[in-house]
Design a protein around this ligand. Structure first.
Ligand code: HEC
Length: 269
């Protein structure tokens, strides 16, 4: 386990070991923290929130309808507070859905859009950028609200259990699990401190701050993109966008984040 962690740190980080490098890292982390602080009031994510709101209200698709009647779990058209209670079970689809997956349902049903191409489009394409802007807007409408994810429906409970199993499931060429890199607090890769995501203390650090603006990439990432990139780091095949595997992991992290306050959109390295 320890060896594997070291291997994983070395592999993904490419950081030189040794005191000097570490001191430099500490300084860089401090620098990033200061930068984050400075940006807090003018997080570029706000632009994406505004863009997402526009997309939400804009008539689109063969049915020329907007998404304003989309039911994100709190009733048709209710955006305020909805993200803090996702993922959740939806009766009409008989599925547990996260924000992205639910948005696709609404695009299909309300706007008559074929969502296949959106699912297949690579991250960074305009299809996915629109999705990221939409979830940024939706999550921003839950800012400051406590996470309230229910596990009362059997399918919600099953999703949580699947997410937990996946978190500890080792595989791929290096036998990595999510837990390999996110199983203990204090770990660090590429100047990013990694929270212990399977704990009620660490999970909210990750869960409540995404979607987030990534300063290094100049991109807005929703949780689906975050997870896809971690599958890559795990040397796993890329999961299908909004597949149950991704929703299960979100269910696991969000349920562990119960009562923590949503702090979206976040800002990250
Ligand atoms: C090989 C190491 C590695 C593995 C395995 C890995 N991740 Fe990550 N993860 C990272 C790194 C590094 C970051 C920090 C983001 C960055 O700078 O790229 C991160 C960030 C995250 C974050 C955001 C944390 C925060 O502070 O905002 C979440 C959530 C996350 N990972 C979930 C997962 C899940 C779920 C899995 C399993 C499917 C997983 N990761 C597997 C390396 C890994």
């Amino acid at each position: 386990m320890r060896l594997r962690l070291i291997a994983c740190l070395a592999l993904t980080a490419g950081l030189a070991a040794g005191g000097a490098a570490r001191a430099e890292n500490d300084q860089s982390i401090e620098g990033i923290e200061k930068y984050r602080e400075a940006l807090r009031d003018g997080n570029p994510a706000e632009l994406f929130e505004a863009q997402g709101e526009e997309l939400w209200k804009k008539p689109d698709g063969p049915k020329k309808a907007s998404l304003e009647k989309c039911d994100l779990g709190l009733g048709a058209g209710v955006v305020k507070g909805a993200y803090a209670q996702l993922p959740r079970y939806f009766k009409d689809t008989d599925r547990v859905q996260d924000a992205e997956s639910r948005l696709l349902t609404c695009k299909e049903k309300l706007q008559g859009i074929d969502v296949g191409p959106i699912i297949k489009a690579p991250f960074g394409s305009h299809e996915k950028d629109d999705m990221n802007a939409l979830v940024t807007y939706i999550s921003g409408q839950s800012k400051g609200m406590p996470v309230k994810v229910s596990l009362s429906h059997p399918k919600e409970k099953a999703m949580f259990n699947l997410g937990k199993r996946m978190f500890y499931y080792e595989g791929g060429p290096y036998d990595f699990a999510c837990a390999t890199c996110h199983g203990q607090s204090g770990a660090r890769i590429r100047l990013q401190e990694l929270p212990a995501l399977a704990t009620t203390k660490g999970a909210p650090v990750g869960w409540t701050s995404w979607p987030a603006y990534r300063v290094s990439a100049g991109q807005m990432w929703g949780m689906q993109w975050r997870l896809a990139d971690c599958f890559r780091q795990q040397r796993f095949p890329e999961p299908n966008y909004t597949s149950d595997a991704t929703i299960a992991l979100s269910m696991f992290m969000s349920a562990l984040s119960k009562d923590a306050k949503m702090d979206t959109p976040g800002i990250k390295r």
